[in-house]
Design a protein around this ligand. Structure first.
Ligand code: DC
Length: 248
């Protein structure tokens, strides 16, 4: 059936759906924080890094080099990917019908994702897929360019950081807990390389939006970061109410 909703109507209705963005470098904890904040608010969650990881994995499956921009662009536009939630509320990812959630978390996939993510055609091809996650009652979106490019009109933008050493240490513990083997020295080097590539690329580099709130999580645990984000959400809601009604 043909939709009767015009492009501008769709855009206007999207603008009334609240969005909270969480950007930051690799292993800063933003994925876990985004999922928990979304759960507390009853919002949808977008882990945009997963889309770049899925594309890198699809490229490997189809024998496409991670520098072949035209082929990757076509692959990105036709990705057959699903993000169903299992009974425990965990997002399971299927690519072309195959469950790939565990493979997607591997370090080589993250590195390959960071390489395909430098290509402008790839970023454009994934833009609308990401924006389609903006649905009622609201969205928490995590990534590198959520507040700057994908959702520049977001209601609240958070930029999460932690030192490279603290992030490598966290990633190391996470991998061991999940039963993967890992080397702390290799992880630290991977994180430095990925930071460099994500921050130096010419298109949509990792950058804090000018209107973002910064949270340095080096000395914080996940519940503390979640509470800090939620306190910014409350302040934002109160401030918006004050600005629209003139009273607290
Ligand atoms: O968040 P992550 O580690 O799953 O992301 C994997 C890579 O994808 C990351 O190194 C850079 C890229 N990425 C991106 O360029 N833009 C995003 N919004 C999210 C991820």
């Amino acid at each position: 059936m043909k939709s009767t909703t015009s492009g501008s109507e769709k855009k206007a209705s999207r603008l009334s759906v609240p969005v909270i963005t969480l950007d930051g470098p690799t292993a800063s904890g933003k994925g876990t924080v985004a999922a928990q904040v979304a759960k507390r608010l009853g919002f949808h969650v977008l882990d945009s890094g997963l889309l770049y990881r899925v594309l890198a994995l699809a490229a490997r499956h189809h024998g496409v080099a991670d520098t072949n921009e035209p082929a990757l662009q076509v692959l990105a536009a036709h990705l057959d990917v699903q993000f169903p939630c299992d009974h425990a509320g965990e997002t399971r990812v299927t690519l072309e019908g195959e469950e790939v959630s565990r493979t997607l978390r591997k370090e080589w996939v993250g590195m390959a994702a960071s390489r395909v993510a430098v290509l402008p055609g790839v970023r454009v091809a994934l833009l609308n897929r990401q924006r389609a996650f903006q649905e009622l009652p609201g969205l928490v979106a995590d990534g590198r360019d959520m507040g700057t490019i994908v959702f520049p009109e977001a209601d609240l933008k958070i930029y999460i950081t932690a030192t490279a050493d603290a992030r490598a240490e966290r990633r190391y513990r996470q991998l061991l807990e999940k039963g993967f083997s890992a080397s702390l020295a290799d992880l630290t080097e991977d994180i430095r390389q990925r930071d460099e590539r994500d921050m130096q690329r010419s298109v949509a580099p990792l950058r804090a939006a000018a209107d973002s709130v910064h949270i340095d999580t080096t000395l914080m645990n996940i519940p503390e970061v979640v509470d800090t984000v939620l306190s910014h959400v409350r302040q934002h809601v109160l401030l918006s109410r004050f600005l629209s009604t003139g009273s607290w």
